[in-house]
Design a protein around this ligand. Structure first.
Ligand code: ADP
Length: 382
């Protein structure tokens, strides 16, 4: 603290008050004296001190009452109160002092150096507290701003992808119409161009759909009920039915937990991870996908393991970014699936990562907080 701190020194004993004031003034503090509780309260209201030294035994009010009144006044919470007892008191008295809101308790006779050091230490502590709360306020403001800009961005992405659908549909349907009506007149090369237009619009459509999903799952989970992941899995498998039967994939799962969150967002996660495990399988090797859940201290870790082509270690981080793909157009995809998984998992308070051996397979792991009932049960049975 740059300016000298102001201290109100409340004690009915004139000599004690004088000595204490001298010690503190010499140490560089601004000191105001008060001989009674009410005089002290009046000075505190006027001077708005940083610290009050408060004798417990005052002629008018008890030190405990004065302390309570200081602490319950609008600006009083920030004022440090050190209670001082003239004689050694039993522990309950000291406890009552601290319970009344005092920040510290000293007992006479107090060594001058100890008094100054205690006052300095308490002021340092208060300064650190106020720095922390100022930093906290700044952080909260930044957070609110970030949330606002995230919402704006999500709204923008939603509106943009929504509005792109219409012109894209026009391009795709007129390309198809042209293909049909002018087929006889067009050369093979021109027909090929039309096919490129149709393929391009189909890919664009997939990208827009992916972005739309990505912008929607970025928000806080829409519903936060207890979701049984054993019921989410069949839903995801149903959405992948064709791909599963075409590839002959074998999918097995150990019992999965129930977690708090948004059911449809969890479907996205399972669907993307299992869909990728099928898509990135090794040629000639039947995809085998195993799911299981392990209980860690206060969260579940869910694993989706495959025996596919694997991911080189230098890409295990970047593949979770939007549009990040390791494979060219030979394997269809938009590069949004894993980014969606990460958004969903993080919005639910978890993390996602991958461990992989190229040529052998990959294991995707994600964590989700345990629901509070389970945590309580664990605590009781520990
Ligand atoms: P997409 O599959 O649409 O390309 P994703 O975001 O789902 O997009 O995945 C990003 C990239 O990560 C993929 O293009 C692929 O290269 C790699 N990848 C994802 N899952 C696997 C997996 N199970 N095995 C091997 N590579 C994978």
């Amino acid at each position: 603290m740059d300016r000298a701190a102001t201290i109100i020194n409340v004690d009915d004993n004139e000599h004690v008050r004088y000595v204490r004031a001298r010690i503190l003034s010499r140490a560089g503090f601004i000191v105001h004296d008060a001989a009674t509780g009410s005089e002290g309260l009046k000075l505190i209201a006027e001077q708005k001190p940083d610290l009050v030294l408060l004798d417990v035994n005052l002629p008018d009010l008890s030190g405990l009452d004065v302390c309570r009144r200081i602490k319950s006044s609008p600006n009083g919470v920030a004022v440090i109160v050190i209670q001082i007892s003239a004689v050694a008191v039993a522990a309950p008295h000291a406890t009552a002092g601290l319970d009344s809101g005092a920040d510290a308790y000293l007992i006479e006779p107090i060594d001058p150096d100890v008094l100054v050091a205690t006052v300095r230490a308490m002021l340092r502590l208060r300064q650190a507290e106020s720095d922390l709360s100022a930093a906290n306020e700044r952080l909260q403001a930044l957070n609110a701003e970030l949330q606002r800009s995230n919402e704006d961005l999500a709204q923008f992405a939603f509106a943009a992808s929504h509005d792109l659908h219409e012109p894209l549909r026009t391009v795709a349907s007129f390309a198809a119409l042209l293909g049909k009506t002018a087929q006889a007149k067009l050369t093979d090369t021109e027909l090929q161009y039309l096919a490129f237009i149709s393929e391009g619009s189909r890919r664009m459509q997939a990208l827009i759909d992916g972005l739309l999903t990505y912008s929607q799952v970025g928000q806080k989970p829409k519903s936060t009920q207890l979701v049984d992941l054993n019921a989410v899995l069949p839903w995801a498998l149903e959405n992948l039915r064709e791909r599963i039967s075409e590839s002959g994939a074998e999918i097995s799962s150990e019992p999965l937990p129930s977690v708090t969150g948004d059911e449809t967002q969890f479907v996205h996660v399972f669907q993307n991870l299992i869909g990728n495990a099928i898509k990135y399988s090794r040629p000639g090797v039947k995809p085998t996908i195993r799911l299981n859940a392990t209980q860690k201290s206060d969260h579940w870790m869910i694993a989706v393991r495959d025996n596919g082509i694997g991911i080189p270690s230098e890409y295990t981080q970047s593949i979770f970014g939007v549009f990040k793909r390791l494979h060219g157009n030979e394997i269809p995809g938009t590069g949004i699936g894993l980014a969606v998984c990460r958004r969903v998992v993080e919005a639910h308070g978890g993390e996602i990562w991958v461990e992989s051996t190229p040529g052998e397979g990959s294991s995707f792991f994600f964590t989700l907080p345990m629901n509070s009932g389970e945590r309580e049960m664990d605590r009781l049975t520990a």
